[in-house]
Design a protein around this ligand. Sequence first.
Ligand code: AHR
Length: 322
Amino acid sequence: MRSNFTLLALALAATYFSGAAAADAPKVAQKAAYKVGFAQTESNNPWRLAETKSFQDVAASCGWQVIFTDAGGSAAKQVADIDSLIAQKVDLLVFPPREDKPLIPAVMKAKKAGIPVILVDRDVDHKLAKPGVDYITFIGSDFIDQGRRAADALVKATGGKANIIELEGSTGASAATDRKKGFDAEIAKHPGMKIVASQSGDFNRDKGRQLAQTLLQAHPEANAVYGHNDEMAVGAITAIEAAGKVPGKDIFVVSIDGQRNALDAIIAGKMVATVQSSPYFGGISCKIAQASAKGEKIPAWVKVEDKIYDISNAAKDIAEGF
Ligand code: AHR
């Protein structure tokens, strides 16, 4: 069932669509210095902290004075934060939309105010707002392919026979929707692989731990866990051990991100693999903003390429973990 907030967001989006939706997305102006708004979704895990830091690191060299906001895990708060950044007349807005529909009105409001928007890491629903038309571009990974690669790693680790618990990310987040799509489609190709339970742990370590605990009790036949991110997978490892089982032996764990704690878990034999999902969007956002200011054509999707970490490279590449 849709929340009242989502319904309100869709109604507001419809209002904006009936207005100035036809013009191209506002471009970045040519200036010596820029006031940039970066509206973060939450700051309760290493991935988000690394993402925010990448903007702090690039700010001076890009001529940006960045105003940071933190929505504390609430799409409604992120919309309010963006409203405030629009009121402060920033020259550019950059943000990861926490969920793909509730943030549409924020994108459209910025467009109406003539403020260019770059979406990073997560995208919005293209049926409601389009890159190149309503915002400059989406910079991010191919989440469907990340899910497919996680499934492939699990098929190899289990010899194609597994009962899988899937820990989904935040409901309505493009990262969760697409990581599920890619994983489930790949698993469906293997008759010996079955997803026995799939629920949201909100990309959160402790929620992932609690959910894994509940689902492991309900499904004693489970021998695999797929986390949509490393935080939940690390939480699941704690739950597996608390249940008296051995991760990497009784239960195979795969996930996505490439956090330091996941690389440590791979080295310790507790996790099979994690597909990289880079949080470092500061530098590439700077380059895209500069290209926009020069009037260059920007692709609708600036795709970030990911690798996969497993026992073959986790120790060698440990410094890449965040
Ligand atoms: O949108 C990317 C996801 O969001 C990362 O995988 C996760 O760790 C973060 O919270």
